[in-house]
Design a binder for this molecule. Structure first.
Ligand code: ASP
Ligand code: MG
Length: 436
């Protein structure tokens, strides 16, 4: 917390701060609200979450006055959370609305502590809840998107006024308010996206995203220890990498930044001196090299068969709308005359099978334990022979390639391998493309 506050204080320009939850807290909330609970469960959960935050206040803040004030603000929020949890336990229901409402409390609590810390360090700061401020979403629970127009016109005047008064707003990331008023979250890591929306609304020139890693790497260093940091990416490259498994930033972050022409700098809280990754418009003379390989595990293939599937009009639309109803995300789709192959999360397979069967699909096959490798770089469309180099490297390891997809985005190729082969295949491709 002190490291974070130090970084904020060191930045002398006028700024708004967007914060995520204290490490581990969102996970606690998500787990707790994953099923209905008893009163006793709620009591012990509330004790744990309240202790975690008040301990932090005791550790991070030095004066008793500031500590007392912060605890008072924390308690006010905790009471709201507790009431909602009791409510859900009495009606014995957890619905999407309750789930989103509960998940966002990590942020409502963390902003109080950091704002208090800044005030103690002599910077005037104020905790701000995104729903009250007016970050407006499309109302989709769990995976909301920001309505940028509505958000800009609501929050810009408020934020500008605060900045003029010399107050740094410390805004909750991760969620906003649906047009009808309910809280909707942007999905895990959503604070990055919130920050990009705030930056866009304010007309900021730079968005700094402070993480616990050095930015984007050429590959996951846990798989390939010689992975290199990537100094610069285009918006498309960063978005594809984030979507296909590089968990550095939320995949939607690049959209508000791109439309506001805002440079994103991803930096490491624990190594502020490291250059990190800059994400900006690559321009005409951009760097056309291959930048990175990202990996994604826990996927499954669902194959839908039917005579002349490829001839029938609207089959893809039917399948997509069935899966949409079941809230199953499709990562990739490849079709042939007799079969449509879809890549989905492993955890969604049973749901997918059920809705597709109910929707009239008679023949289906599923294959579990797939992993996806995605190769990203602005130059992909122009590099001749790249695909053959990649697949040769994979074949040399005796690894079989499943679904292949190329050409949808000019900056990304992806293909699947058995999950057990992922590390080996990744090392081979990294060696082939980056020489280490
Ligand atoms: N606290 C949320 C999460 O853990 C949002 C974020 O960290 O950006 O996913
Ligand atoms: Mg987080």
């Amino acid at each position: 917390m002190r490291q974070v506050a130090g970084i904020i204080v060191a930045e002398k320009e006028k700024k708004a701060v967007v914060l995520s939850a204290v490490s581990g807290v969102t996970e606690m909330l998500v787990q707790f609200i994953s099923c209905t609970r008893t009163e006793e469960d709620v009591d012990s959960f509330m004790k744990a979450i309240s202790k975690l935050h008040t301990d932090l206040v005791d550790d991070a803040l030095t004066t008793e006055k500031c500590q007392a004030l912060a605890v008072e603000e924390l308690v006010a929020k905790l009471v709201k959370l507790e009431r909602m949890l009791y409510g859900s336990c009495y009606i014995e229901e957890v619905n999407p609305r309750i789930r989103d409402y509960v998940q966002c409390f990590g942020e409502r609590l963390s902003v109080i502590i950091v704002a208090a810390l800044l005030n103690e360090m002599g910077i005037k700061a104020k905790p701000v809840d995104a729903d009250e401020l007016g970050i407006i979403t499309d109302g989709e629970y769990g995976t909301a998107m920001v309505n940028m127009e509505a958000t800009r016109s609501t929050i810009r005047p408020k934020l500008m006024k605060g900045l003029q008064d010399g107050v740094t707003p410390v805004i909750t990331g991760f969620f906003g308010r649906a047009p009808e008023g309910s809280v909707t979250v942007f999905g895990r890591n959503g604070s990055d996206y919130s920050a990009a929306a705030v930056a866009n609304a304010m007309g900021a020139s730079v968005l700094e995203i402070w993480k616990d890693v050095d930015g984007f790497m050429s590959v996951d260093p846990k798989i390939v220890p010689s992975a290199r940091p990537i100094p610069q990416l285009s918006y498309d490259e960063a978005a594809e990498l984030a979507y296909f498994g590089a968990k550095v930033v939320h995949p939607m972050t690049m959209e508000p930044a791109r439309s506001g022409n805002i440079e994103i700098r991803v930096k490491n809280v624990f190594r502020p001196e490291a250059p990190g990754t800059a994400i900006k418009d690559s321009g005409k003379n951009g760097d056309m090299s291959i930048k990175s390989i990202s990996c994604m595990k826990n996927l499954s293939l669902v194959k839908v068969f039917g005579e002349g599937t490829g001839y029938k009009l609207g089959v893809l639309a039917d399948i997509a709308s069935l899966l949409r109803e079941a809230e199953v995300n499709i990562y990739s789709v490849v079709t042939s005359l007799t079969c449509i192959a879809l890549l989905v999360d492993k955890k969604d397979v049973a749901k997918a099978q059920k809705v597709l069967t109910e929707g009239g699909v008679t023949r289906m096959e599923t294959h579990a334990n797939f992993a996806l490798m995605c190769i990203v770089g602005e130059g992909l469309g122009y590099h001749k022979g790249l695909a053959s180099r990649v697949f040769k490297a994979v074949a040399k390891e005796g690894v079989n390639v499943g679904l292949i997809s190329a050409g949808a985005s000019l900056v990304a190729y992806h293909f699947t391998v058995d999950e057990a082969d992922l590390d080996k295949a990744t090392r081979a491709v990294h060696e082939e493309l980056f020489g280490c």
